[in-house]
Design a protein around this ligand. Structure first.
Ligand code: GRF
Length: 202
């Protein structure tokens, strides 16, 4: 399965995919393109180093619909069959999501449906929960509302701030996202009534 990745910044989750693939842990999954929406996204340098083609589309310079149209055109050009949002900090239009229904994965740093949106760690701390974590999920029209694929709980410690909590959760994101990609590429994810079922190995 040909995967395109979309990222906005640091790209450590994208790197986790590159590394998992290099270790042979993603059989049947190819990383064919990276799209970044910010000129300064470090993810681009990671693509360069890994020999993965990448493109920059300036999300500041155009409306959402135009950005998504251009992204879709690039995805079609490289025959992408699925999309991974790896720290892609923008909402997608329903047209984009429909074009890749149940073929867009996202990694979110909280135990969805708790704490969706861009401030998951801050919101988890404000709620006083004793554990948070991360979720790999399919993307639907809502903000972090799509069907959950995999989750990992991580403790919240009394002295945590958003940075320390983020740092504790991040290594688990780096395991969950490649695992979700592996399952999708292996044809082992079924969505039934909004719930993901992980099918047994063939
Ligand atoms: C990750 O915590 C991801 O869950 C969130 O944004 C962060 C991106 O980190 N959506 P990176 O760019 O993958 O290093």
């Amino acid at each position: 399965m040909r995967f395109a990745v979309m990222a906005s910044g640091r790209g450590s989750n994208f790197q986790a995919l590159i590394d998992a693939r290099a270790r042979g842990e993603l059989p049947g999954a190819e990383l064919v393109l990276l799209i970044v929406n910010r000129r300064d996204a470090q993810a681009a340098a990671r693509a360069e180093a890994a020999g993965i083609p990448w493109e920059f589309i300036d999300s500041e310079a155009m409306a959402r619909a135009e950005f998504d149209r251009r992204a879709l055109a690039l995805l079609r050009e490289c025959h992408a069959e699925a999309v991974v949002l790896a720290g892609f900090m923008r909402l997608l239009t329903p047209e984009f999501i429909e074009a890749f229904r149940h073929r867009i994965l996202n990694i979110h740093p909280a135990l969805l449906p708790l704490f969706p949106g861009a401030h998951a760690h801050r919101d988890a701390l404000a709620a006083g929960v004793v554990e948070s974590g991360c979720s790999a999920h399919f993307v639907d029209d809502g903000v972090d509302t799509g069907p959950v694929i995999l989750q990992q709980a991580v403790p919240v410690l009394p002295d945590d701030n958003a940075e320390t909590l983020a740092a504790r959760i991040l290594p688990y994101e780096h395991r969950l996202l490649p695992e979700a990609v592996r399952l999708l590429a292996a044809g082992r994810l079924a969505v039934e009534g909004g719930i993901v079922r992980i099918l047994p190995k063939k």
